[in-house]
Design a protein around this ligand. Structure first.
Ligand SMILES: [Mn+2]
Length: 290
């Protein structure tokens, strides 16, 4: 709990600060969605891709946003305090959204389980819940939870053990270095561990088994689908008549799940969205120069 009380945004909230942006919010038009789900941000760790998330938050808006757990990594913070200004910027952006009227629902995960004790309470308009039921525009009921609830069922923790492992941490650091070099060379963002995940057979079978377990469990609870995070693998697919959605992570995948106004769901890969935007901007510049 000590690491948590040292978080600067908590002191600023007590002071009644309005917002304390290090990187100013981008002005202008935003893409609107009915609902946005993001999770596994792991603020307080070096692996967290706060810059990409800030770009995402400054370019989208929604009626509701669900924070599906592992937003702040309390485990890591306890061992080593790490809190750059950009991580504060993410928190303030989320708080500001709640203030502007977006419904913000925060469902703590296993890395931020210290916030679970506040279940049922609201802070600055952010509702803290253990789980939620979301009704889509086309009338489907979706169970929203982090996903660590299934760790006990998933006796083989292979992928998760890997996520908490030194090898994974090294891979994440390497990911940062590789992408810094790629950016200097003008190359787009590239996910090292995404490739690794697809190469490691155990990880792949773990992921599909997790998805099946979660979908099956949702089925027994009488909902049409389920939205979770936890395994850092964005996905949307139907499993035995249940819609399974995973919003991925902001460590390396940089993905969000969104619901359009008609209930249509989509996984956004933000690195791809940035690449598309830059291409459009280049086109405009080229046309203006011609
Ligand atoms: Mn988790």
């Amino acid at each position: 709990m000590n690491a948590i009380t040292r978080l600067p945004f908590l002191a600023e909230l007590e002071e009644g600060a309005d917002d304390r942006f290090h990187i100013p919010e981008r002005e202008g038009q935003r893409r609107r969605y009915r609902t946005i789900w993001i999770s596994d941000i792991h603020l307080g760790t070096r692996g967290c891709n706060a810059a990409m998330l800030i770009d995402f938050l400054d370019n989208v808006d929604s009626d509701t946003i669900y924070l599906v757990g592992d937003i702040i990594d309390g485990w890591r913070l306890k061992r080593r305090f790490y809190w750059p200004a950009s991580h504060n910027d993410v928190v303030w952006r989320l708080m500001k959204r709640a203030k502007r009227g977006t419904r913000v629902v925060y469902i703590p995960g296993n890395h931020d389980e210290m916030f679970r004790q506040f279940t049922g309470m609201s802070f600055g308009g952010v509702e803290i819940r253990r789980k939620a039921i979301h009704t889509t525009a086309d009338g489907r009921k979706l169970l929203v939870l982090h996903g660590d609830e299934f760790d006990t069922i998933m006796l083989a923790h292979r992928w998760l053990a890997f996520v908490g492992d030194a090898a994974y941490t090294t891979l994440m650091r390497l990911n940062v270095v590789v992408n810094a070099v790629r950016q200097k060379m003008g190359l787009p963002y590239w996910s090292l561990s995404k490739m690794a995940k697809h190469k490691v057979k155990n990880a792949v079978s773990f992921i599909s088994r997790f998805e099946e377990v979660v979908a099956h469990e949702a089925g027994t609870r009488g909902v049409d689908g389920v939205v979770c995070g936890h395994i850092h693998n964005a996905e949307m697919r139907e499993i035995d008549g249940i819609d399974y959605y995973n919003d991925g992570d902001w460590v390396e995948g940089c993905t969000a799940l969104v619901e359009h106004d008609d209930g249509r769901m989509e996984v956004l890969h933000w690195a791809d969205e940035i690449a598309k935007r830059e291409e459009r901007e280049q086109d405009v510049r080229a046309r203006m120069a011609a």
